[in-house]
Design a binder for this molecule. Structure first.
Ligand code: ZN
Length: 682
């Protein structure tokens, strides 16, 4: 949730199809043609800013949504395509990053070889699962399957098909040591509600999932697939009941640190010795159970549920996770459920585009390094650096004006702002891939080994000093992130592109677009979760009860504002789930606006395209959040994502006085709030 945005339904949308309809934006700041001049800004600012664009924009058939992220992602992808497809051209030596990039891509693309190998690469893994004969062996298999695929605090990814996911970072109370964190997992559907809710849409998805499990079991040659699929979904339903919901899942106060030896008594069921040894965590003194209650309940299920059901569950997920590098029938089957049913996409993205995405994901720093050498000039780094400093200062000035804060609280808050570490463009140090074997003829093994490499890389941080400059996004990622434990932010080169940062646009646009993203990340330091961490990244309450009460009151008003937004006749937003992001949008926009005004040094901005500086600022904000999303995906996101959908993020302008002046918004218009009803936090 500390990210700026979710890379929507990652498997479908993380990067863009070049063949997709191009989005008319880039190079000129405000997209004047994208404005719907018939709409009143005061009724829906999103409709005004983006209505024209939405009217003539169709979501590509292989996409679940389209919008500003796709625009930036398309540019970055064109560059990645160039880097990857040319990596092998000079016949680079074995063991170089260029060779790894070329081979990973070629193997992924070679569907003839993948089809010819059939299920053979999966077979040894299935055989190991079939040989499991007792709970100890099952526990070891569950431990060995874990990957570093979750992150509750930085990028905030909570889903893993493995029983638990691992996150490695400094301790919540111990900023000088790294720990392994365990998070709840084990579900094939996005969230516990998908298993438990009686809503007809959820029941339909659930039935389709059961059919998907059955068909996957059939593909891997499991007899009696129908009954076994039913038992797997039944087991997952029990796991889902053991899970905490999406709001509670983020709560660091439910977290418990247990000595490794205590797991057996605190969470009986799993053979924890076997589990941690297989997970390469057998020497850790303490492990953090981020989802403590679910760890207990899920461990009990390992003891109480039939061994054969667990084996089927393991076999199913092992296959289901790897379909992209298995024969066509597997790939198609997964898409028919996760793509079509769950996300609403109509067709699978072309293989070569997926190969680009897979390669840049598996070799993230090898790619990032080449990307910034080619596409991120020192001038852009310096320009954004100056903007960041202005916005940090503006935020600090706003803090000093927050009269509701006690002096001691204000001191702590300002110390966080003063000591924040800002990473712009790319990390100081790149990951070394020397120990990762990539083979031209082994797409399956490459993916498997890349995931193991990432796991080893994360575990390698245990027992080593905490690195405050560690990066959590690739340099070529179209996103930004605040890191509460490190009190740091990453702004990758990938998001420092139009429509977020337009090197040719005037400052009004850029402060509204990327400036509000920068402000957003700074504000995460003080959102409902970020405010619980101090300048050293310790989870510690540095607020007085009065400060907290005032903060909570303002938060409640913002929750109510978002709860009132109706996405569909039967569905409103969940303002509690998205509070941290909504707070950061609001505070970030306010800080960016102040910084913009300060950058004018008392002069008035010129009128461009008939728009004042303030109008361009707010349009830059709303247009850089534009999106058009398929209904199934929008429903999924509203249920599970910590971010409000872009069109309601745009509407938060209604809390800023300057927006009313800029667009002459009057009482009676739909977004109008009386001055006292506007939410002001920082
Ligand atoms: Zn965020």
């Amino acid at each position: 949730m500390r990210r700026f945005a979710l890379a929507v339904a990652a498997s479908l949308l993380a990067t863009a199809a070049i063949a997709a309809q191009s989005v008319p934006h880039g190079g000129v700041g405000v997209d004047v043609a994208g404005i719907d001049k018939a709409a009143q800004p005061g009724d829906s600012f999103d409709l005004y800013a983006n209505g024209g664009w939405r009217q003539r924009t169709e979501i590509p058939a292989d996409r679940a949504s389209i919008g500003s992220f796709l625009t930036a992602a398309q540019l970055v992808e064109r560059r990645n395509i160039d880097i990857i497809t040319n990596a092998g051209r000079s016949n680079p030596a074995a063991g170089t990053d260029a060779r790894r990039i070329a081979d990973y891509y070629a193997a992924y693309l070679d569907t003839a070889a993948i089809n010819a190998r059939g299920v053979a690469p999966l077979q040894p893994h299935l055989a190991r699962i079939a040989a499991i004969s007792d709970r100890r062996a099952l526990s070891a298999a569950l431990g060995a399957s874990m990957r570093a695929d979750v992150d509750p605090l930085n990028a905030t990814t909570f889903g893993t098909e493995n029983l638990f996911g691992v996150f490695v970072a400094q301790g919540l109370q111990d900023p000088n040591r790294n720990f392994a964190y365990l998070l709840q997992g084990g579900l094939g559907l996005p969230d516990r509600d998908y298993y438990i809710s009686d809503a007809p849409a959820m029941v339909r998805v659930r039935d389709a999932y059961r059919a998907y499990v059955r068909d996957m079991l059939t593909l891997i040659g499991t007899p009696d697939a129908e009954a076994r699929a039913a038992r797997i979904v039944e087991l997952e339903t029990k796991i889902a009941r053991a899970h905490v919901d999406a709001v509670a899942a983020q709560d660091p106060h439910r977290v418990q640190t247990w000595r490794r030896a205590e797991f057996a008594s605190r969470a009986p069921g799993i053979d924890w010795d076997a589990f941690f040894t297989a997970a390469q965590l057998g020497r850790e003194e303490s492990i953090i159970a981020w989802h403590a209650a679910p760890v207990q309940a899920m461990s009990a299920l390992v003891a109480s549920e039939p061994l054969d059901t667990w084996k089927d569950w393991l076999a199913f997920h092992t296959a289901s996770r790897m379909t992209a590098v298995l024969p066509q029938a597997y790939d198609d089957l997964r898409f028919s459920f996760y793509g079509r049913t769950l996300s609403g996409a109509q067709q699978q993205r072309p293989r070569d585009r997926r190969a680009i995405q897979a390669t840049s994901g598996a070799l993230i720093d090898a790619m990032g390094k080449i990307y910034v050498e080619r596409h991120f000039p020192a001038s852009a780094k310096a320009d954004v650096d100056a903007m960041v400093r202005n916005i940090v200062q503006a935020f600090d000035r706003r803090l000093t004006r927050a009269t509701w804060l006690a002096p001691a609280t204000l001191r702590e808050a300002r110390r966080k702002v003063e000591t924040v570490t800002v990473g712009i463009g790319y990390p100081d140090r790149w990951r070394d891939y020397a120990s990762l074997e990539i083979r031209r003829d082994d797409a399956f093994g490459n993916l498997w080994r890349a995931q193991e490499f990432e796991y080893r890389h994360q575990l390698g941080k245990l027992g080593r000093p905490v690195d405050r400059n560690e990066w959590w996004l690739g340099a070529h990622t179209v996103n930004a992130v605040f890191l509460p434990l490190q009190n740091a932010m990453n702004f990758p080169a990938g998001i420092l592109e139009a429509p977020f940062y337009d090197r040719t646009a005037d400052p009004a646009y850029n402060y509204g677009a990327i400036g509000s993203v920068i402000g957003h990340e700074i504000s995460h330091s003080f959102d409902n979760l970020g405010a619980e961490f101090d300048a050293e990244g310790r989870l510690r309450n540095w607020w007085t009860p009065q400060d907290q009460a005032a903060f909570r009151q303002a938060s409640q008003a913002l929750i109510a504002q978002y709860n009132a937004y109706r996405a569909f006749p039967d569905l409103t937003l969940n303002g509690t789930l998205t509070l941290g992001e909504d707070l950061s949008d609001l505070a970030g926009l306010a800080a960016a606006y102040d910084a913009y005004r300060a950058s004018l040094n008392g002069r008035e901005a010129p009128v461009i395209d008939g728009l004042t500086g303030d109008q361009r600022f707010f349009l830059g904000y709303a247009q850089s959040r534009r999106e058009s999303t398929r209904e199934a995906t929008l429903r999924n996101l509203i249920a599970t994502d910590g971010h409000s959908p872009g069109r309601w993020r745009a509407e938060t302008v209604r809390n800023l006085d300057a927006w009313y002046t800029a667009f002459n918004v009057r009482p009676g218009q739909r977004l109008y709030l009386a001055p006292a009803a506007r939410v002001r936090i920082w």
